[in-house]
Design a protein around this ligand. Structure first.
Ligand SMILES: *Cc1c(COP(=O)(O)O)cnc(C)c1O
Length: 366
């Protein structure tokens, strides 16, 4: 059966666009996983068939991200919100300890809000004064020498600022929320104590949260409520309880797409840099018609391009006319306003070209 499906260019910040080959494989295998005779939605998470699904997802993400053996990969639920709790719960072992949080946007600020349940919060940097339009220099950080960890958000999805490189934190482990930029570029995993991503931006679908954590940190946690304990999830092979099995399957397919069709994360990064540059170039050559939110070129996100037109009325008109032209969900987050074009891995280059040409025409007509 052949069907003609019409798809828009979906610039949603999340849940977001998925690679078409991944959606096609999900469709093709929906009624029966090859050799299984049942849908992945219907099989036991303790079955041999599901063992294969989760082992495949684990092996693929390890290969594609080059994750060393002394790191655990956990597939959990609860999104970024639960990680904001599990991280201090597990890594602060005594309530007199301090955790450092580098706040470069709304998500980082939200993460920091849970620390007080477990220990002391030190805000090592906060760019609220400039509405989170930048990444700090090393000299601007007030770090605690014996902090339990330093938390940062590698890409701030709402403000469109992204760390180009990690700060120096000495022996203090870096914990990163990579929800909106995991798998967008190669990272040196050994520089992190832990990183996590709710999958619904670059790694799959809502419902699964990927946590990559150094094994010695898994062992740090004390006597916690079971579900909060990394050690319990690790001991159970991400099956302490019923895991988000469909989401794990999709994350495996996304990693397969990255390996087999994109050619790995270096190739993915090249595409992402080129795609975002198309939009940033239009902003920069618009003689002030478009203004980017990030103050410094070096801090610009290659995932979420955030900008404004001269007036809020023009922002709204732009969003409406773009939607008519088949480019949806471009409205910026209410805290920043303007436009946000999320250019995740799965956004095809044709979608970005269409947006770039729409922006050019719009500015010319204005
Ligand atoms: C989308 C996003 C989240 C969302 O977390 P949920 O709890 O899964 O809704 C967290 N952090 C960042 C940086 C995000 O982009």
């Amino acid at each position: 059966m052949t069907t003609t499906v019409s798809r828009v260019y979906n610039f949603s910040a999340g849940p977001a666009v998925l690679p078409v080959p991944v959606l096609e494989q999900i469709r093709d295998e929906m009624l029966s996983l090859p050799g299984v005779g049942s849908s992945v939605l219907e099989i036991s998470h303790r079955s041999k068939d599901f063992d294969k699904v989760i082992e495949d997802a684990d092996a693929r993400i390890r290969r594609v991200m080059n994750i060393p053996d002394d790191y655990e990969v956990l597939f959990l639920q609860g999104g970024g919100a639960l990680q904001n709790v599990m991280i201090p719960a597990n890594l602060i072992t005594d309530s007199s300890q301090t955790a450092d949080y580098i706040q470069t946007g709304s998500w980082g600020k939200k993460s920091a809000g849970e620390v007080r349940h477990y220990g002391n919060l030190n805000v090592a940097f906060d760019a609220a004064d400039s509405n989170y339009n930048r990444i700090p220099q090393q000299s601007e950080l007030s770090l605690t020498s014996d902090a339990a960890y330093v938390h940062l958000t590698s890409n701030e999805t709402i403000q469109g600022v992204q760390f180009a490189q990690l700060p120096e934190t000495g022996d203090v482990p870096i914990v990163a929320d990579m929800s909106s930029d995991i798998l967008c570029r190669p990272v040196d995993v050994s520089k992190y104590g832990l990183f996590y991503a709710c999958a619904q931006k670059n790694a799959g679908v809502a419902g699964v949260t990927v946590v990559v954590v150094r094994k010695d940190l898994v062992e740090r946690s004390g006597d916690l409520p079971s579900y909060l304990s990394y050690a319990k999830h690790s001991a159970g092979g991400s099956r302490f309880n019923t895991p988000p099995s469909f989401g794990i399957y999709v994350t495996g397919l996304v990693c397969k797409w990255l390996e087999e069709e994109i050619g790995g994360l270096e190739a993915m990064e090249k595409q992402n840099v080129a795609k975002s540059k198309m939009i940033y170039d239009i902003i920069d050559s618009s003689e002030g018609f478009y203004t980017g939110h990030a103050a410094d070129v070096a801090d610009r996100s290659i995932m979420n391009v955030v900008f404004k037109l001269p007036t809020p009325e023009q922002d709204a008109d732009f969003v409406a006319k773009a939607a008519d032209a088949g480019m949806t969900t471009l409205k910026g987050h209410r805290s920043v306003g303007g436009i946000r074009a999320s250019l995740y891995n799965a956004m095809p280059v044709e979608g970005v070209e269409a947006l770039a040409s729409f922006m050019k025409d719009y500015a010319a007509k204005a």
